[in-house]
Design a protein around this ligand. Structure first.
Ligand SMILES: Nc1ncnc2c1ncn2[C@@H]1O[C@H](COP(=O)(O)OP(=O)(O)OP(=O)(O)O)[C@@H](O)[C@H]1O
Ligand SMILES: [Mg+2]
Length: 202
């Protein structure tokens, strides 16, 4: 994949973008969910009929950055590692999408807030904590059994589902794959500009 010219902004330009109402890979951007230093997370819904019509997904867009190929490669690595994980407590990553000079990661959308926000706004009961840590340890154990070290487990990277207060771990930006970080796992371009993670289901 040729990364030349991606995610660059001119001197003085803002590092964030307004994407509400835009179409990204067949998904209409509806609402900003998170504005971070390096990325922005949006809620989107499928509009082109090739996915499930109306299906809600999340897209994490790398903030436009001055000429930083390292950051772009890091973002692709994050998508590749997370895209290989199929676990009920890990956010599913579907692929990478490019729109003009922006790069986005398509993901399962989780209805809820991260654990930092939840812990500041609601009372957390001991029973819930015991079950949470037990399930978190199990999810981390699963990752380790597949040779993956997350390296950034913290409340902001754990999303609590509103519906059942179970959680989804995300943000594999610092993750390493020790055993099967596969050179075979490539990203291939699809007709509508989405790069799907091939060989993701190993
Ligand atoms: N799939 C998702 N569904 C719903 N909300 C999400 C999803 N992914 C991320 N978020 C929200 O966005 C926040 C930031 O996501 P993430 O941790 O992946 O970004 P980040 O790499 O830490 O960004 P930055 O470094 O720019 O702060 C999460 O804490 C959560 O509130
Ligand atoms: Mg994070």
């Amino acid at each position: 994949m040729n990364l030349k010219g991606w995610c660059r902004v001119k001197e003085g330009e803002n590092h964030t973008v307004k994407l509400t109402g835009e179409n990204i890979g067949g998904y209409k951007v509806e609402e900003k969910r998170w504005q971070g230093a390096t990325s922005t997370v949006w809620r989107c819904s499928c509009q082109d009929g090739r996915g499930r019509w109306g299906q809600t997904i999340a897209v994490k867009v790398l903030n436009p950055y001055r000429d930083n190929p390292l950051q772009i490669n890091q973002f692709i690595k994050e998508a590749k590692i997370q895209g290989k994980i199929f676990h009920e407590n890990v956010v599913r990553v579907y692929g990478i999408v490019r729109k003009e000079n922006l790069l986005g990661m398509l993901m399962e959308y989780v209805y809820g807030d991260n654990l930092k926000i939840v812990s500041q706004t609601t009372e957390i009961k001991t029973d819930w904590l015991i079950r949470f840590f037990s399930r978190l340890a199990s999810a981390i154990g699963y990752l380790h059994s597949r040779g993956i070290v997350h390296n950034d487990i913290k409340p902001e990277n754990i999303i609590i589902r509103k519906v059942d207060r179970d959680f989804k771990l995300t943000d594999f930006g610092f993750a390493e794959s020790l055993r099967w970080w596969s050179k075979k796992a490539t990203i291939q371009e699809e007709p509508r500009g989405i790069w799907l993670l091939r060989e993701a289901r190993v």
